[in-house]
Design a protein around this ligand. Structure first.
Ligand SMILES: C[S@@+](CC[C@H](N)C(=O)[O-])C[C@H]1O[C@@H](n2cnc3c(N)ncnc32)[C@H](O)[C@@H]1O
Length: 365
């Protein structure tokens, strides 16, 4: 059975665990260190723990950090359920009326009044940065915060996509035009059900390092990593496809951010939008990899983008590896066209990413 932690919270441009599993199985042994510098929902890191490897995961985004950490440093189900009981008994509905009223219009059409008050309370109460149990509860809540309510009772919100948070004005108009009302959901009951469901797969034991920050700083933290990195399996942001801060705004709000989409608050790096800046960003990735990878270490990269020929993307990726300052060989590459359903789930109004490129490199020295 697929481990149920994998799907705790979907993520935009995520790769499937089979991708990480294949490369980890092929290129590493038990105990080896496996890196994902752009961790997203933590698929590489979690798969590495499941396979007895030591993952190092890094991401600038709070959402990615929270989900990755929850999966690889999971508390027991007993402590999750106990914490939920304590949280529920401390909740006083009346105390949250004023806070709920002060929220922008979006929140009143997105959430039923009672659900909104519970969500505001949980947002305040969960100490997800410092406490492992709260981190798991926050990750489960992030996965439940918005989604296809018409298809499943596991979402707290009015009808929304699961992978990205649609913009406030767009969402309100969408709901009003279709007369869609928010469902009445008990957040505590929903989290309890979700936690029990996820923990039907037992949490694996193992050592994992999760870093909240810019991957470029990993070179400075080299000495604190658990050992030489044998393999990196990663997927950097795609060129001109999404802005992970803006498109995750509702989840970022739940983790303590402002109640509206933002840019450059989580990361000042906005270089994914033009070809030139994008490839200099990828060059920075190679600089970092050159500093942290083991001798003869492997790097597997999945890349996507809009408005680029696949051949030119592959050539640019291969040429930027010289910025690692080491000799690197392209071992193999392949590409896949995205199926319609995947493309459709990309941000409304964009054409999405139509092709994905997979490249396997190896450091020669
Ligand atoms: C394509 S996603 C990774 C998805 C991931 N493979 C998964 O399956 O969920 C790219 C990630 O890179 C992160 N990111 C962007 N710039 C970064 C940087 N400078 N350092 C670290 N992470 C960064 C984004 O926050 C995003 O989570």
């Amino acid at each position: 059975m697929r481990h149920r932690f994998h799907a705790i919270c979907p993520y935009f441009a995520m790769f499937p665990e089979s991708f990480a599993e294949q490369w980890i199985g092929e290129l590493t042994r038990k105990g080896d260190v496996v890196l994902d510098p752009f961790s997203g929902r933590g698929t590489t890191a979690f798969q590495a723990v499941l396979m007895g490897r030591k993952p190092v995961a890094c991401d600038v985004n709070d959402v990615a950090y929270c989900i990755t950490k929850a999966k690889v440093q999971a508390p027991s189900l007993t402590s999750v359920l106990r914490r939920l009981t304590v949280l529920e008994s401390g909740y006083k509905k009346g105390e949250w009326l004023r806070r709920a009223r002060s929220m922008p219009e979006f929140f009143h059409v997105a959430y039923h009044n009672d659900t909104l008050r519970q969500t505001l309370y949980l947002r305040d109460a969960l100490d997800w940065r410092k406490n492992r149990t709260d981190c798991m509860l926050a990750a489960i809540a992030l996965g439940a915060l918005h989604g296809e309510t018409n298809k499943s009772p596991s979402y707290l919100s009015n009808q929304m996509p699961r992978t990205i948070s649609t913009k406030p004005a767009y969402s309100v108009k969408f709901w009003r035009d279709r007369n869609l009302l928010p469902p009445e959901r008990d957040a505590f009951a929903l989290l309890r059900t979700q936690a029990r469901y996820r923990y039907e797969s037992p949490p694996p034991e193992g050592e994992a390092t999760v870093i909240h920050g810019d991957m470029r700083h990993l070179s400075w933290e080299k000495d604190t990593l658990p050992g030489p990195i044998r393999l990196a399996v990663t997927s950097p942001p795609y060129l001109d496809v999404t802005n992970f801060e803006e498109d995750q705004w509702l989840r970022l709000w739940f983790l303590g951010g402002p109640p509206n989409p933002t840019r450059h608050r989580v990361s000042r790096d906005d270089r994914y939008e033009t070809q030139v800046s994008y490839w200099s960003f990828i060059a920075d990735m190679w600089r970092m990899l050159g500093a942290v990878m083991a001798k003869k270490g492997h790097v597997v990269i999945r890349l996507g983008g809009r408005g680029q020929e696949i051949d030119s993307m592959q050539k640019k990726l291969a040429s930027t590896c010289s910025f690692s300052g080491r000799r690197v060989e392209l071992v193999s590459h392949s590409y896949s066209e995205l199926k319609k359903r995947q493309t459709d789930s990309f941000q409304p109004g964009t054409k999405g990413c139509l092709v994905e490129l997979d490249c396997h490199f190896q450091f020669i020295s």
